[in-house]
Structure formats: structure tokens, C-alpha cells
Design a protein around this ligand. Structure first.
Ligand SMILES: [Zn+2]
Ligand SMILES: [Zn+2]
Length: 428
């Protein structure tokens, strides 16, 4: 990469009052802008923020209105015929005009395609996917006969259809779009890694989704089936088949901004995506992500990541932090892994009143998938640099930076360390 490239910090998964987030869009954006983020995708469910006449009522949101009107006195409000008050939600264009600043902050158009598939046996899978840098809603979702729930469709077909429709929409608008699968292993979001092997057009997924600690519930097998395992299964199979590797994104999936109780959701700022690009533009950010030149971060970020393709050497550097002991692990999958699972686990997550739970099946493969090839322990308080050169039988290598402690996100399928950062997988 060029010497002029630098890291830009962003979050591609955020909600506002345009859907089920608990903040006006200006408040959501201002939180990230004020905390040093460089880009943000405001990704509301099944809506793109382009309706200039969308109003929301104050009733039930009195405290939100009070804070919003004091922070943004130019907000538009009006009286309703019933005597209440409502406020107009700012559109994407209004928000971008207000907040975008060259080389400092960029608001990216985004929406979260929110669908589910139900099957004859009563089982249901939720599929949430973010479309980024596309300033229009997916035609099938915008259609008047849109149904959130689809019946009896193979999940891989359902996912591939959304990826294709999103790519076509981006093309038709002359935009460089990005499509990603969100939180694939939420408890009742029954997507197996094998689905991602069948859908190689899906290039990105959330290896870390921090806004949803409520989702993975107790009752799942405690057998290491976390998003790291999920990711390595996908990439071991994809690499063997010569398919594009799946890249991992970190995101807040922010719904709450004031710490109010809401299913235990976390405040913003825990998980982000660090992208290396020369300029802060949508095209530059997405091109860098497509090249795998980014890191998914939860509470920690590297100073540098380099991959020397000629030698197959991945190097990672982390800056010193007082008292903190970091570990860098290099993770590979071996060319001769077995495609036959060593075991199949089933589990039924604990029931929750408003969310149906279904039995889930996990295939556990041999240890040649997601093998830790090298571990480098840092000295507390000192910077840490480590590198690993791929062996001939490594399909790819990726690195994981860890800092021990109570996890930020305590859900069963989330990181077991306080802070974690994931580089992308690289191959020669
Ligand atoms: Zn979602
Ligand atoms: Zn979301």
C-alpha cells in the first residue's frame, strides 16, 4: 500500500428513530463525530432516510425530545391536531450536508435489510444485511407488496438474492456499494457457516456485533462455536474451492445512546472498523475493505498490519498501553482439513417471551480449521510486534489481538477477552 494511506475509524451499523434506535439521527451522528470516528453508516431497518416528511410524536419520547431540542435548537417541530407535538426526522442528504467535513467525517448512506424465512416445520431464520453507500432502499423492500417474512426458501438462496439485488441497485445508481451479513449467529438467527460457503458473493460479515448482547442466550453448546470458529469454517472451505475469502467487520449495531435499559444493549463506541485508505471517501473506504485492508476492532486497534505476499508473512504491531498485556495469535486453516464434521451438536436456546427459539445444529470440524499457529505474549505496558510466515499447507493466515479482562460484551457467542481486534485473512 502507498505511504500516504492512513487508518480511518468508522462504524457501519447504527440505528436511529428512523427505525428502532433510541436517538434522533443528529444525536447518533454527533456521538460518533465527537468521539473521533471518521465515517458512519446510519443503517436503519428496511428504510433509507430520504422521506422529507417523516415526523415522530413526542408522546412516549418526552425526555428524548427535551434533550434533542436543547442540543439541536433548529429542530423542526409542529403541533399535531390532537394537541401533541412531533418532530421531523432529518433526511440523509440534510444530515450529510450538516455533518460531512473533508478529511474528518463522512456519513455513508446505509440501510439494514431485515428479513426472515419461515419453514414448514415452524423453524425461522432471521437474515439481517447491511447495504452501504447506496442512497436508495432495495426495490423489493420498497415494493408495496413487501413481506418481511418469506416461506420455505433455502437460506443460501435468500441471502444470495439479497446480495445480487443490492449489487444491481448499486450498479444502476453508479455507486460502489458494500453488502454485509450482520450478526449471523444470534441465537435465533440460524445461519450456519455452510450457508456462507454457498454464497461467495457475500464478501463481508460481522465478526463482532456489539449492540446485541441480549441475542445469544444461555443454552448454546459451550464448544467454541463463536464467530471466530464460524469465520474459519467459511474461509477454510472457500479457500479450498478457490473462492473469495470472507472478511470480518466490527460494528456497534447501536440502538441506545443514553444508557437507558433496552434488553441490555450496549452504548456506542465498543466495536468499530479501522480502514486503511489514502482518502476519506466512500469509494476509497470500500475499495480498501474489498482489498482486505481493514481491521475489526472491539476496544483495541493495531498500530500497523502488513502482509508480504511474496513471503506469506503477516506482521502486526500494537502500541504500548500502561499496564496492559496484549497477546497476538496467528490463526490458520490447513490445506488437508476434513470436510466431514467430527461431530454435530444440537441445542435449544433458552426461551424468551417475545422471541421464538428453535433448535440449532452446529457442525464442528477438525482442529485443522482455525488452528492457532503461533501465539506471542506481550510484556505489560510495552508495545508488541509479531509476525508469522505462512507454512506451505496454510490456506490463509489471520491475526487476533487480545487484551484480557471481563468481556465488554458478556454474551456467550461474543469475545472471551475484554478487548479483541481481528485482522482479515490473507493468502498468497
Ligand atoms: Zn440486525
Ligand atoms: Zn442493526
Amino acid at each position: 500500500m502507498s505511504g500516504k494511506a492512513r487508518w480511518w475509524r468508522g462504524n457501519l451499523h447504527t440505528h436511529s428513530f428512523w427505525s428502532d434506535g433510541r436517538a434522533f439521527p443528529e444525536e447518533a451522528i454527533e456521538w460518533y463525530r465527537a468521539h473521533g470516528y471518521n465515517f458512519l453508516g446510519l443503517s436503519d431497518h428496511n428504510v433509507f432516510q430520504d422521506n422529507p416528511d417523516r415526523w415522530i410524536a413526542e408522546t412516549g419520547r418526552e425526555s428524548y425530545f427535551a434533550e434533542y431540542l436543547s442540543a439541536f435548537p433548529d429542530a423542526e417541530t409542529r403541533q399535531t391536531p390532537a394537541g401533541g407535538r412531533e418532530a421531523r426526522l432529518r433526511t440523509f442528504n440534510e444530515l450529510a450536508t450538516r455533518f460531512n467535513a473533508p478529511d474528518r467525517f463522512l456519513l455513508l448512506p446505509a440501510f439494514e435489510e431485515t428479513r426472515s424465512a419461515e419453514y414448514a416445520d415452524g423453524h425461522r431464520s432471521e437474515l439481517h444485511m447491511n447495504a452501504v453507500n447506496i442512497p436508495a432502499l432495495l426495490p423489493s423492500i420498497a415494493a408495496p407488496d413487501f413481506q418481511r417474512v418469506e416461506r420455505d426458501i433455502p437460506l443460501a438462496d435468500f441471502l444470495a438474492r439479497h446480495a445480487a439485488e443490492t449489487a444491481a441497485l448499486a450498479r444502476s445508481m453508479g455507486r460502489h456499494g458494500l453488502f454485509m451479513l450482520n450478526h449471523p449467529i444470534w441465537t435465533w438467527y440460524d445461519i450456519s457457516p455452510e450457508v456462507l460457503v454457498e454464497t461467495p458473493d457475500v464478501r463481508f460479515f460481522e465478526v463482532c456485533n456489539n449492540g446485541s448482547p441480549f441475542a445469544p442466550a444461555p443454552g448454546l453448546p459451550d464448544d467454541g462455536f463463536d464467530t471466530d470458529r464460524f469465520w474459519d469454517v467459511v474461509n477454510a472451505f472457500r479457500a479450498r474451492r478457490g473462492l473469495p475469502l470472507l472478511y470480518g467487520v466490527g460494528g456497534d449495531d447501536t440502538h441506545v445512546y443514553r444508557g437507558e435499559p433496552h434488553d441490555g444493549m450496549l452504548m456506542p463506541g465498543n466495536a468499530w472498523t479501522l480502514v486503511r485508505a489514502e482518502t476519506l471517501s466512500a469509494d476509497a473506504i470500500i475499495e480498501a475493505m474489498e482489498a482486505g485492508d481493514f481491521v475489526a476492532c472491539e476496544g483495541i486497534e493495531p498500530e500497523d498490519v502488513t502482509f508480504d505476499r511474496s513471503t506469506g508473512t503477516l506482521s502486526v504491531a500494537v502500541a504500548a498501553k500502561a499496564g496492559a498485556a496484549r497477546t497476538i495469535r496467528f490463526i490458520v486453516s490447513k490445506r488437508d482439513f476434513s470436510e466431514t464434521p467430527v461431530k454435530t451438536l444440537t441445542a435449544r436456546p433458552a426461551e424468551k417471551a417475545d422471541m421464538p427459539r428453535f433448535e440449532r445444529t452446529f457442525r464442528i470440524y477438525d482442529e485443522k480449521i482455525g488452528l492457532v499457529a503461533k501465539t506471542v505474549e506481550g510484556i505489560p505496558g510495552e508495545a508488541l510486534c509479531a509476525s508469522y510466515t505462512m507454512a506451505d499447507d496454510d490456506l490463509y493466515v489471520r491475526a487476533r489481538i487480545e487484551e484480557p479482562g471481563e468481556p465488554l460484551c458478556t454474551a456467550a457467542l461474543h469475545p472471551q477477552h475484554r478487548f479483541v481486534a481481528w485482522t482479515q485473512p490473507y493468502r498468497r
